[in-house]
Design a protein around this ligand. Structure first.
Ligand code: XLS
Ligand code: MG
Length: 346
């Protein structure tokens, strides 16, 4: 195990969501951004992650001057609260111009919009003092296989990444893969895809990834393996821990809620690779359960961090020597039971 170190924590304003789902309206009253920032501070988290329009609402209707003004004001408020901006992500899935995809839309005007919006997102990141851009490529994929040319789509994705890399020589792009939802099939479903496409760009060193536990599970993968894989390349620049019960809609459950052992193995992978040592944050991309009452609105975040920290202790106190002996003896039944007993505690 790597030498013990402490972790820094982060979440986004969307993680204090109001409970709407495709079948029903919000179950909690709308809250302002300031309230959300206040809660983050109250919980003792270190950073906030942003979509471009979390930072500058109605971004498409605003001039560059206005964008600069609002982003700088936000930076002052964050500084005043002692909160860092971890990353900024272009929300490329809301606009009427991204109905048929953003960078891979069949319409050149729409592709142009997606790129311009991404460059403005980079401006915001710069004003907020972060070099990290997260790309969750929500609509880059197909509902219908014959509607797009997959080879051409890869080329369009590389073109878009190249434009962002050229626009600012300091920013780093972290691709957040997800295999499906909203699309039937996404073009970059796994960390392997994200790191492979990085190699086709003008500056592969500045293209890395973000792993979200639930997204890996939706791809039928073990997020712990995705973590080891990304970190073998030195490319895990951010992390969205949460949980997911099987192949359903994206559930964003509290970390460890569905499968404690899978959560334990993610923490073990983070520990053995020294995640966080270069300033990376542990972010919880979790949502309150829809029935959550207003007075319990923060519990999923507090609980996720608590579970994470308990699992760090579990990882650090796991009897590695005994495990090694069982592995050498190929006694996996005993190893299995040892993990279970360790997680259950005395
Ligand atoms: C959605 C994504 C989103 C990203 C940021 O599934 O997880 O929340 O993390 O755009
Ligand atoms: Mg996420």
């Amino acid at each position: 195990m790597a030498k013990a170190h402490s972790y820094k924590f982060c979440f986004g304003p969307w993680n204090l969501s109001e409970g709407q789902d495709p079948y029903g309206p919000p179950t909690r009253p709308a809250q302002s951004f300031d309230w959300k920032l206040e809660q983050l501070k109250k919980l003792g988290f270190d950073a906030m992650m942003f979509h471009d329009d979390d930072a500058v609402p109605d971004i498409d209707g605003k001039s560059d001057t206005q964008l600069r003004k609002e982003a700088r004001e936000l930076k002052k408020r964050l500084d005043g609260a002692g909160i860092a901006a971890e990353m900024v992500a272009p929300r490329l899935w809301f606009s009427p111009l991204t109905i048929d995809g953003a960078y891979t839309s069949n319409d050149p005007k729409c592709r142009q919009y997606a790129i311009e919006r991404s460059l403005r997102c980079i401006d915001i990141a710069r004003y907020l003092g972060t070099d990290l851009i997260v790309l969750w490529l929500a609509r880059e994929g197909t509902y219908l296989r014959e509607s797009k040319n997959g080879r051409r789509s890869v080329e369009l994705l590389v073109e878009a990444l190249d434009k962002m890399l050229a626009y600012d020589r300091k920013i780093r792009l972290a691709i957040e893969p997800k295999p499906n939802e909203p699309m039937d099939h996404a073009y970059l479903p796994t960390i392997g895809h994200a790191l492979a496409i990085a190699q086709l760009t003008r500056d592969p060193k500045r293209v890395g990834c973000l792993i979200e536990s639930a997204h890996a599970m939706l791809a039928g993968l073990d997020p712990a393996d995705e973590i080891d894989f990304a970190m073998a390349f030195g490319k895990l620049w951010s992390l969205h821990l949460n949980d997911q019960n099987g192949l359903k809609f994206d559930q964003d459950k509290p970390f460890g809620s569905a499968n404690l052992r899978v959560a334990f193995n993610q923490v073990r992978a983070l520990e053995r690779n020294g995640y966080g040592k270069n300033g990376e944050y542990v972010c919880f991309d979790v949502h309150p359960f829809r029935p959550t009452k207003v007075e319990h609105w923060l519990a999923h975040l507090e609980n996720s961090r608590r579970t994470f920290l308990r699992l760090v202790q579990k990882a650090r106190t796991f009897n590695e020597k005994a495990a090694k002996a069982l592995i050498a003896d190929r006694n996996y039944a005993a190893l299995d039971q040892m993990v279970i007993e360790h997680l259950m505690g005395r």
